[in-house]
Design a protein. Sequence first.
Length: 153
Amino acid sequence: MTPATFEPRNPDFDARVRESFARQAAMRTLGATLAVVKPGRVEITLPWAEPLTQQHGFLHAGMVATGLDSACGYAGFTLMAADAAVLTIEFKINLLAPAQGQSFRMVGTVVKPGRTVTVCEGHAYAIDGGREKLVATMGCTLMAVVGRDNIQG
């Protein structure tokens, strides 16, 4: 299946996504890096870190969900208007395998963009010894927020 091609509403989408990501304390806490920013697609990478694990040493499901939520949110944000901010309004995660690896790649992809509501999907991969394994998927619904002084892009 060929990925959809999207036209961003804001020609400065890349800079807006990177500026917003830089303000996210949660991503700094995880040690996450914005790896790819394309119209309708964002990839975030993060290293394994012991403080982010659960009792078996796997990356905690909450950390996986956080990374996927941001990847999906920023994927949707790439296609939003210049005056819009983005908020997640719903997500569902499927944990497919233990998140065990040296690092992780979270991919968010827009399925259906909209003026107000955007639907995305996410895929989380554990990377161990150069091999990737799909460990989680996410379905995510986003809302474009405009005209709210306390919410910015």
